[in-house]
Design a protein around this ligand. Structure first.
Ligand code: FEO
Length: 174
């Protein structure tokens, strides 16, 4: 009933809340990727570091996209607090496995938003999320492609050097 009298916004409380949760998730992703870039810099994996700098920037753009949508729709966009950010990793492969897991959880979160939007017949938000659905498909493809490189090239000897070089080219291919 409360949602019916929200005259300043066409977003229901439920949709506004889940979009703000997504804003926080994108901000968290951005910070995680920045920490991964830092780890790669420290270890000398320059191309992987660049990969994560770009990824961190993209996640910030995702956050802003949703933030501005909530604001434009008359809702209250919440500037997110970023929770604990992991800085330590054992290997380069572990970093990219963690990145893929992160993308898979983001995809699930995006699908949840679509589910909620459809449930309350908010077709505007449903349409708005189309871009994110496509983006997640691409991001998961890139993350999986990178992980394949570890098996194709192999990590022995100079393998990690060549894997890092190859990672520098993956984004352009996806
Ligand atoms: Fe914005 Fe990579 O999810």
């Amino acid at each position: 009933m409360k949602d019916l009298v929200r005259l300043k916004t066409s977003l229901t409380e439920e949709v506004e809340k889940i979009l703000n949760e997504q804003i926080r998730m994108e901000a968290n992703s951005s910070s995680k990727y920045l920490a991964m870039a830092s780890w790669c810099e420290e270890k000398g994996y320059k191309h992987s570091a660049e990969f994560f700098y770009l990824q961190a920037e993209e996640e910030r753009q995702h956050m802003l996209k949703i933030f501005k949508y909530v604001a434009e729709m008359g809702g209250k966009a919440i500037s997110p607090e970023v929770s604990h950010v992991q800085h330590d990793y054992a290997t380069l492969r572990e970093i990219f496995e963690t990145a893929l897991e992160q993308e898979i959880s983001v995809t699930h979160a995006i699908y949840r938003i679509v589910d909620v939007a459809r449930k309350v017949r908010d077709y505007g938000t449903d349409k708005f999320m189309d871009w994110f659905v496509a983006e997640q498909r691409e991001e998961e493809t890139v993350a999986r492609r990178v992980l394949e490189l570890f098996d194709i090239i192999g990590e022995e000897g100079q393998g990690l050097y060549f894997i890092d070089q190859a990672i520098g080219k993956v984004r352009g291919e996806a």
